[in-house]
Ligand binder design. Structure first.
Ligand code: CMP
Length: 829
């Protein structure tokens, strides 16, 4: 067998072996990459041995397989081109870009600083110990500077480390791959240009590579994401697009633009992933991720096995000096990583740029800094580079590969005992409590169900009773603490709220996927939900409370819209934002009602009535807050409110309609053709309910003037003239319209709504038809009180110069205003 057939069969045989490794890894409780390396090295050794041995006594297939493995030697460039885009794109795609953005400073700091520190520390140490040129040592150091997080991530997942820590480790490894490769490129081109170490050249190559790659990647990722929203046909098309994107971005960046393809792929993956999360339904997204996981599994397995095939051959030339250098390398790499973990990380968390990392987690991060396939491939590419001297090739090859083996065979295999020694695997008091509750709950159900089942299906009652007794005994064995302490109670409450908030997030994701809410609203709700969860994790119950309240405040955009409205008399942005905000509040309100049900069905059985009650209080506080805001809208804009509610209900009805058709189809009662037909109608109807209804702010000056009794006596002409002097203005609930002590530039008539006048001596409420802000204009003194809107208020503003004209033209009104101002002034004396 030869040619294509041989290659295909060899790869198939390799995959067949690889398929058994994940279960084996689970049996031995080892990171999967360790087994891959062992497999690769083992096969490499056999291939190496097989040549001098006569193979004639082997079966032909085995001869073919070993021969095929020899044939498979792709160049390092081949590995980089074939596998790297897949590996990087997959990690970036699945990483939560928001989590990454939240900790961007810390992650970037860790990734870039850690790579640079490791490269310098290791490079300089080896230079002192080995006699090789500094540049050659730095090249080697940059190759081993990047870490593979699989082992750390697996352990952190298992022991339930904070999610933020996990995304930090994953994000770090992603960006440090990019940083190390960019640095490696700098050193390699410096080596090519002659052995001179010009830091400026290296830095500039590094910077151009990094920044150029990042910009190109983001651009392509966005463009890909944009196309994603146009395709909208489900499954294969989107996945194909994403695969093409990964390779094209890498290729174009490396080949045509001469910037870092690695950085470009990472950024493209992040940008594309963010868009995919926003655009695709959960089902489509899961399909996309599943395919990428599979691709990455193949890529990482093959790259590992194929790269480690060459390890035995490389290590054949190793000498005792290399062993000594390896020890130096190991110690200096650990020292460099420790410097980052114990120097930089605490500094970052003190600056509140990252989460505080527990010392035990830090030890795991230190010892778990494994090196993986990327290091092997980079070392390989050095040994292929004709411009690097044979000495350096061997030096880099031997040390890099043996270092990878050391991290995999020594560090990785001892990581779990270390974890146990650190007692990271022990359950906390809270976890034990939850575990016991879950046990109790499930056992109680079983005890009840077993006998019923036996009776129902006519089975042996005796056996049923035995099983029942068994479970009843186990139930008795669970010792629950009779008195739950305050700290424990708080932990339980926090855990219950975290469960609840995750549930809330799920609800929003579902609503969005079912197109019950517009994309923008969905995205905002999801983002707010994640922020709430983070606030709870980092700042506890107080953090949850204040973040929940903050989310109902008027956001920055709203304040900008208010400014545009007041300043330029342009109402569009304000009405648009108010409409979206109303929809958001409405959906959130509904989610909270569902959460209350979830508390009684799921939280109470696990945590007990006391925690359930407190949890409900938190939810109720949020509901009341929302109700207050929604009531303000309902009072001022009843028609809009009705329309909004109506549309929402219609969408609920449409969803139920869709569900009903699908159920009928599943049960075989109607054909899929009919369902498609009906579905089309549902989609058409849904489109008509697509957008949030527009909100007319109702700021027509003439209508507003007609509501004010003070102007009712004016003749038509005068009224028209007056209308020209007045400007409409909407005040938001709780907005401070006037501030005590400011100078007066206008007075205000309340066309609808109410305001509160807050004076040092007390409060007064002014309602529709009344006016305020006249005193400063009449007496020329500073504002005498704060004036705050109590709900939405429609106001008519009369500016200072218009006010003078108004007094002049309407003497009768003028005396009325002056009289009231004088009366109010007397209240201040
Ligand atoms: P000015 O002083 O310009 O700004 C604050 C406004 O609050 C003030 O004008 C009045 O319009 C209003 N105000 C102050 N005191 C009273 C009061 N006692 N009763 C009603 N309104 C008042």
């Amino acid at each position: 067998m030869d040619g294509v057939a041989l290659v295909v069969m060899t790869i198939a045989a390799l995959l067949a072996i690889i398929a058994f490794l994940p279960p084996l890894a689970r049996v031995f409780n080892l990171p999967y990459s360790v087994l891959l390396a062992v497999l690769g090295c083992g096969l490499g050794a056999v291939v190496g041995l097989a040549e001098p041995l006569s193979l004639s006594f082997y079966d032909q297939p085995l001869v073919d397989f070993l021969g095929g493995l020899g044939e498979l030697e792709i160049s390092a460039q081949g590995y980089l081109w074939l596998f790297l885009p897949v590996l990087l794109f997959e990690t970036a795609l699945t990483l939560d870009d928001r989590a990454l953005m939240d900790d961007l400073a810390a992650i970037l700091g860790l990734a870039v600083v850690a790579v640079v520190v490791t490269t310098i520390v290791v490079g300089v140490t080896l230079n002192l110990g080995s006699g090789f040129s500094l540049l050659a040592c730095l090249l080697l150091a940059s190759i081993i500077a990047t870490t593979d997080p699989v082992a750390v991530v697996a352990i952190f997942r298992e022991v339930g480390a904070p999610k933020r820590l996990l995304s930090m480790v994953e994000g770090e490894s992603l960006l440090n791959d990019a940083a190390a490769i960019a640095l490696f490129g700098g050193f390699l081109s410096a080596l090519r240009m002659g052995d001179a170490l010009d830091p400026l050249t290296i830095m500039s190559v590094f910077a151009v590579d990094f920044i150029g790659g990042a910009a190109f990647g983001v651009l392509c990722g966005r463009a890909g994401g944009w196309m994603l929203s146009r395709l909208d046909v489900g499954g294969p098309a989107e996945i194909t697009l994403s695969l093409a994107l990964a390779y094209l971005v890498y290729g174009v960046a490396e080949h045509y633009l001469q910037v870092s393809g690695v950085v470009a792929v990472v950024m493209a993956g992040l940008a594309f992933g963010a868009k995919a999360r926003a655009e695709l339904s959960p089902g489509q997204r899961d399909a996309l991720i599943a395919v990428w996981r599979q691709l990455a599994f193949w890529a990482s397995s093959l790259i590992f096995v194929l790269a480690s095939l060459l390890v035995p051959d490389t290590l054949r030339h190793a000498t005792w000096l290399d062993v000594a250098l390896l020890l130096l390398l190991i110690v200096s790499a650990l020292v460099a990583r420790a410097a980052v973990l114990y120097g930089l990380l605490p500094a970052l968390s003190r600056l509140r740029l990252s989460e505080h990392v527990d010392w035990r987690h830090r030890v795991v991060m230190l010892w778990g800094g494994l090196r993986g396939a990327l290091t092997l491939v980079l070392a390989l590419s050095v040994s292929e580079s004709s411009l690097v001297s044979a000495d350096v090739q061997q030096f880099v090859g031997i040390l890099a590969t043996s270092f990878v083996l050391f991290t995999l065979l020594v560090q990785a295999t001892t990581l779990r005992p270390l974890m146990r020694w650190l007692r990271l695997d022990e359950l906390t008091g809270l976890e034990t409590y939850i575990k016991d509750s879950a046990l109790e709950l499930s056992h109680r159900e079983i005890v009840d169900a077993v006998q019923d089942a036996a009776a129902k299906y006519g089975l042996d009652i005796g056996t049923a009773r035995e099983i029942k007794d068994l479970y009843a005994k186990r139930l008795e064995a669970i010792v629950r603490p009779s008195e739950v302490g305050e700290t424990m109670l708080r932990d339980q409450l926090q855990s219950a709220l975290a469960t609840l908030t995750s549930k809330e997030l799920e609800l929003y994701v579902e609503e969005r996927a079912r197109r019950m809410i517009s994309r923008g609203t969905g995205m905002r709700l999801i983002n707010d939900g994640s922020r709430l969860l983070d606030a709870l994790r980092i700042r506890g119950l107080q953090g949850y409370r204040s973040e929940a309240r903050r989310q109902h405040d008027y956001a920055r955009w709203m304040r900008l819209a208010v400014f545009i409205h007041q300043r330029f008399n342009v109402h569009g942005p304000l009405s648009g934002l108010l409409a979206v905000r109303s929809e958001m509040l409405l959906v959130r309100r509904r989610a909270l009602v569902m959460l209350e049900e979830f508390v009684s069905s799921d939280i109470e059985p696990i945590f007990g009535p006391r925690v359930a009650e407190s949890t409900t209080k938190f939810i109720e506080a949020r509901q009341q807050d929302i109700d207050r805001h929604l009531n303000a809208i309902r009072l001022q804009y009843p028609i809009f409110w009705q329309e909004l509610g109506g549309r929402y209900l219609s969408r609920i009805a449409l969803r139920l309609e869709g569900n009903a058709y699908q159920r009928l189809e599943r049960e075989g009662l109607i054909s899929s053709q009919i369902v498609r037909h009906l579905g089309r109608e549902v989609i058409a109807k849904r489109r008509s309910f697509g957008r949030v209804p527009s909100l007319d702010l109702g700021l027509d000056v003439q209508t507003l003037v007609s509501r004010l009794p003070i102007f009712s006596s004016l003749e038509d002409q005068k009224l028209r003239n007056l209308t020209r002097l007045l400007r409409p203005r909407l005040a938001l609930p709780d907005q401070k319209i006037l501030r005590r002590g400011d100078s007066g530039d206008a007075m205000y008539f309340i066309a609808s709504g109410a305001v509160e006048v807050r004076m040092p001596t007390g409060k007064v409420t002014l309602g529709t038809g009344e006016f305020f802000g006249e005193m400063a204009l009449v007496d020329g003194r500073p504002r005498s009180a704060d004036v705050v809107a109590m709900g939405f208020c429609k106001l008519l503003v009369l500016k200072r110069d218009a006010f003078q004209r108004f007094l002049y033209r309407h003497p009768e009104l003028s005396s009325q205003v002056r009289a009231i101002a004088a009366e109010r002034r007397s209240a201040h004396l």
